[in-house]
Design a protein around this ligand. Structure first.
Ligand code: CP
Length: 306
């Protein structure tokens, strides 16, 4: 297993053994996230975010600071030279002179892959269009393993926008490497992308349903996603599915007591605030886990940890 200098573009580029190693290194970062470290002293991360973000950008930057490194970058394309017409390849070939790694978020599918083709320093995909969000999938797996003690044997339901939600694409690919049962719950028009389905359905049992009611008593993990309004090509199509599902206390009445509810966040209205106070809600713990997982990823690709 070699991580130093490696790009993180797609979760599909990682084996089960490599993912487990990343989760182990993430666990070893827990004490360092509290007390700090100088493991990445002198190293610089550039966060190039062409799309809005709260968690991904700030947790990458927090992870870098907790490991003694520094950050540069921008949080919107409006203030970068792309506004003057500069292309992504030139942006990357410029920033590689300033930084030891680049975390990139972009609205276009394939943007991280393209950036990696031009960059001498590792490119970390912080979300590309509706395609993938691999570092979020590492966080989701880490949270499942931390909360349930294992990933194998779990029954996991992904609910919401499975068509445009990039986190569920990366997570589905990753879960297919484990011995799990997967339930995909969404309105008809927001079903899981065909390319993802083709890959996962030969590896694990997958059930598609429009309704959570019959599934909820059996599952161990409920992974909820927002309907990605900004990705709909047609406002009328969005209007048809807006508010199509909502997790509230009534939904959880028949759930297992030790069910955990995850959400990559941001949330809009798909989880009622009353759920935040249930023992099943784990989405804010997931935010903390984002720091340790990104500490692990940075220390691995920058060669501070084997
Ligand atoms: N989970 C996630 O990607 O959140 P942000 O869009 O706030 O980065």
């Amino acid at each position: 297993m070699e991580f130093q200098g490696r790009d993180i573009i797609s979760i599909e580029d990682f084996s089960r053994q490599e993912i487990n190693h990343i989760l182990d290194v993430s666990r070893s970062m827990e004490p360092l996230a509290s007390k700090g470290s100088d493991m990445l002293k002198g190293k610089i991360l550039a966060t190039l975010f062409f799309e809005p973000s709260t968690r991904t950008r700030l947790s990458f930057e927090t992870a870098m600071l907790k490991l003694g490194g520094s950050n540069i970058g921008f949080a919107e394309a409006e203030i970068a030279s792309v506004k003057k017409g500069e292309n992504l390849a030139d942006t990357v070939r410029t920033v590689e002179n300033y930084a030891d790694a680049i975390a990139l978020r972009h609205s276009l599918e394939g943007a991280a892959k393209l950036a990696a083709e031009f960059s001498k320093v590792p490119i970390i995909n912080g979300g590309t269009g509706a395609e993938e969000h691999p570092t979020q999938a590492f966080i989701d797996l880490y949270t499942m393993r931390k909360e349930k003690g294992k990933i194998d044997g779990l029954k996991v339901a992904l609910i919401g926008d499975l068509r445009y939600g990039r986190t569920v694409h990366s997570l589905a690919y990753a879960l297919a490497l484990y011995n799990i049962e997967l339930y995909l719950v969404s309105p008809e028009s927001l079903r899981m992308r065909k390319d993802v389905m083709q890959t996962i359905k030969n590896k694990i049992p997958v059930t598609e349903d429009a309704n959570l009611e019959s599934i909820i008593p059996h599952i161990d993990v409920l992974y909820v996603t927002r309907i990605q309004k900004e990705r709909f090509p047609d406002a009328a199509e969005y209007a048809k599915v807006k508010g199509a599902y909502k997790i509230d206390l009534k939904t959880l009445k028949n759930a297992k007591k030790d069910l955990i509810i995850l959400h990559p966040l941001p949330r809009v209205d798909e989880i009622a605030p009353e759920v935040d106070y249930t023992p099943q809600a784990r989405y804010f713990q997931q935010v903390w886990n984002g720091i340790v997982v990104r500490m692990a990823l940075l220390s691995l690709v920058l060669g501070a940890v084997k």
